[in-house]
Design a protein around this ligand. Sequence first.
Ligand SMILES: [Zn+2]
Ligand SMILES: [Zn+2]
Length: 181
Amino acid sequence: MQINVSQLLKESIGSIRNYRLSEVVDIAGGSSMVDGEVRLMRTDQGILAKGTLHTEVEVTCSRCLSLFSCPLTLNIEEEYSPTTDVVSGAFLPLPGEPGCFTIDEHHVLDLTEAIRQYALLATPMKPLCREDCAGLCPNCGHNFNQGHCECLPQKVDPRWSELNKLALASGILVNEREGTE
Ligand SMILES: [Zn+2]
Ligand SMILES: [Zn+2]
């Protein structure tokens, strides 16, 4: 996602270039196709990159643990500061806060890092393969999205069965106590 901006840097503030991008970017260890449109605008500080990009990242469903592709929309807006003067070639002091995006000494603006950061922020913390993901059987680990498992009818939380055992041992059955009055 590299764009040479040497021409744009020579133009007046407010000058605009539009780009259609379509490229593979490494996001969180996986390669993702990223595409969309980006508008670059010359500002007094450098170049403002603004655009909407679409991509998909491979994530693990937080309920059923299956891998699936999660579509992401990235609304990027970042200002890039030049590190060298485009006319004289002299090094420029870096304005602004540390970690701000820069245009390298060859006047190349690289959107990759911004895309990576926006994609990580846009990735859901607890992704679901689908809204109504049925999850896994806590007993046998069967994926309920693929139908029922054999241990479904007894549907007893193991903690309750432990409690029933204790109740039996002390001569009181939890269920029987109710309704005896
Ligand atoms: Zn799922
Ligand atoms: Zn089961």
